[in-house]
Design a protein around this ligand. Structure first.
Ligand SMILES: [Zn+2]
Ligand SMILES: [Zn+2]
Length: 259
């Protein structure tokens, strides 16, 4: 399984791009500004997108993707997300005011975009990949995704708080080859992290220590203004071998040999 980090930042700025992963060329998880890093011919290979939630840093480039692929699409681009997220996309994005309703273009029988509500924990098989949503707790409805292929599996939590419910969920997922998880705020802003339901280095460490199946952490979503501080705090809590800080342009390969 090939996982390209197109964007993994918690904000924008020169060289920083928000959450978007591409798996095996044709599948995305989230469609933040990192998606704009792909050349047009690569954008046209995308067949389906699995969203964690409807916050702008995770969906901002979805409408623009459909537009740029419009004339090349033989089949619709399929978007899978929680029902609440689908509802936000219909009401607030593809509503003709912000962007055209591509679910009825060029006509309702053969649209270029289809929206599919998912239910936890119903697995979705697409080509060689199987994706399973799992619920996490954020300020809006949000799910993580576990991705399996060729005997390897990784999970991406999306935006989440680190509480006992997340711990139980991760423990239920069983052995993972990697866990991609956010660490948006520094410990100094733990109150804000708590209010906005995000993770800090300390809360991540507390979670990690209690995980029944500890695995390599791929850490994302650092707020640009706190990146240095968060990095130092992560170094304080974790051995270097436990985690990787994600940034756009990284390509991670998981296969049975590497797992
Ligand atoms: Zn969010
Ligand atoms: Zn976010």
């Amino acid at each position: 399984m090939k996982i390209e980090i197109l964007g993994a930042s918690g904000g924008i700025g020169k060289g920083l791009y928000t959450t978007c992963l591409r798996i095996n060329d044709h599948t995305l998880i989230d469609a933040g500004s990192g998606l704009g890093n792909l050349p047009n011919e690569e954008l046209r290979k995308i067949k389906r997108i699995f969203l964690t939630h409807a916050h702008l840093d995770h969906i901002a480039f979805l409408p623009l993707l459909i537009d740029v692929c419009y004339e090349f699409l033989q089949k619709p681009i399929e978007v899978f997300a929680l029902p609440e997220v689908i509802s936000v996309l219909k009401t607030h994005i593809f509503n003709w005011s912000v962007w055209p309703d591509f679910t009825v273009l060029p006509n309702a029988e053969h649209p270029v975009l289809t929206l599919h509500p998912v239910t936890y924990p119903h697995p979705l098989a697409s080509e060689e990949l199987t994706l399973i949503p799992f619920l996490v707790e954020h300020v809006v409805p949000c799910c993580g995704w576990m991705v399996e292929a060729d005997g390897v599996r990784f999970a991406f939590t999306g935006d989440t708080t680190a509480n006992s419910s997340l711990l139980n969920t991760l423990n239920r997922l069983g052995r993972l080859d990697a866990l991609m998880i956010e660490c948006a705020f520094s410990d100094r802003l733990a109150d804000l992290a708590h209010l906005s339901k995000h993770i800090t280095p300390k809360s991540l460490f507390d979670l990690y220590e209690k995980m029944q199946h500890p695995c390599p952490l791929w850490i994302s979503h650092l707020k640009p203004s706190q990146t240095e501080e968060i990095t130092q705090q992560l170094q304080h809590y974790f051995a270097e071998s436990c985690y990787t800080l994600l940034h756009h342009g990284m390509e991670l390969v998981l296969n049975k040999a590497s797992a």
